[in-house]
Design a protein around this ligand. Sequence first.
Ligand SMILES: Nc1nc2c(ncn2[C@@H]2O[C@H](COP(=O)(O)OP(=O)(O)OP(=O)(O)O)[C@@H](O)[C@H]2O)c(=O)[nH]1
Ligand SMILES: [Mg+2]
Length: 385
Amino acid sequence: MVGVDFGLPHFDQELVELGLLAESAGMHPVARLSCKRRAPDPALFVGSGKADEIKELALMHGASEVLFDQSLSPAQQRNLERHIGLPVNDRTLLILEIFAQRARSHEGKLQVELARLQYLSTRLVRRWTHLERQTGGIGLRGGPGETQIELDRRMIGEAIKRTKERLIKVKKQRNTQRRQRERRQTFKISLVGYTNAGKSTLFNALVKARAYAADLLFATLDTTTRQLYLGEAGCSVSLSDTVGFIRDLPHGLVEAFQATLQEATEADLLLHVVDAANPDFPEQMVEVHKVLGEIGAQDVPQLLVFNKADALPPERQPLSDGDVYEVDGQPVPRVFVSARTGQGLDRLRLALAQTVQAREAAAELPEHDARGLDWEYPTRPPHSA
Ligand SMILES: Nc1nc2c(ncn2[C@@H]2O[C@H](COP(=O)(O)OP(=O)(O)OP(=O)(O)O)[C@@H](O)[C@H]2O)c(=O)[nH]1
Ligand SMILES: [Mg+2]
């Protein structure tokens, strides 16, 4: 695994996340190497000396593949493969690979297929312009490579169109189901958060379900929804568990998973689950807000759930089971829980019940200024874009 530090914020020196991604895709990282550069080398991404070093390290450890934490251009990828003599991939491809392995539902598979095709098409287009330049002399049109790529591109374009059409059909069915749910007027809560934060574990603990939870990135791809009865409010709400977020989520994936991510946009409340035991949690929260902004869910009220309290060292144990936390200068209510041990879950249920009741009260009094309510209950957007 190779990381190249260009002086950008949050450079992952130890390549921790890349390692987790690789393991989630079923690989075993054997060696890590990071280096500093001012700018990527156009041909090899790293210098040729560094490329030799990577090759040596890979040979020494018997590696069968080299993974880069940063995005490579198609030409860099090809040149590196030639230089090192092993397949070379980057983080974007790795994430696509995990999604492809993990997709279960019909819709999930279609979404992954669309993302993969879109990724391929950008690669082909770039390779195509590159060839075009090579054969670019006047009157020098149409070599064999050109026709082949033209053909590939047309086929991919058609496959993208077909996949999109099939997705639209699936989406229509989903909308019908959603409308049926809406007719029942249930309060909708969506779990959001960085991948591996513990959303599915919390979901299972709250609704006593058995959604797949694992120490893998992107364990969940499909949305699962269950009814959650809140005794304190005397009503049921619907709770949805869905796909996790990650920094630099490949753009094609965000687009392809729009329908799945939409769930968050239409929620009445977002439970933003944070892995409080992960030292990188502040950056992860920023990434989650970024994706929420991209999908237009930034104005949905939030409740922060700091999870994995059981894994916090004694000096970081929370002083109370809940408080208010500043996000972008805005106060957001927060509770501390452990989805694993059940610690704080009663407090979380109570906070949910109070939020539902506060919202109902606000709905009954149209003139009511939500800001007048106690800040413990999220009744307005915690932050604006
Ligand atoms: N110590 C501790 N571990 C937890 C807790 N909650 C979840 N985990 C672990 O964290 C890992 C990830 O949990 P998941 O529930 O799959 O996380 P997720 O947010 O659904 O992850 P994705 O679906 O991959 O985005 C699993 O190994 C869980 O056992 C907790 O409260 N304490
Ligand atoms: Mg999950």
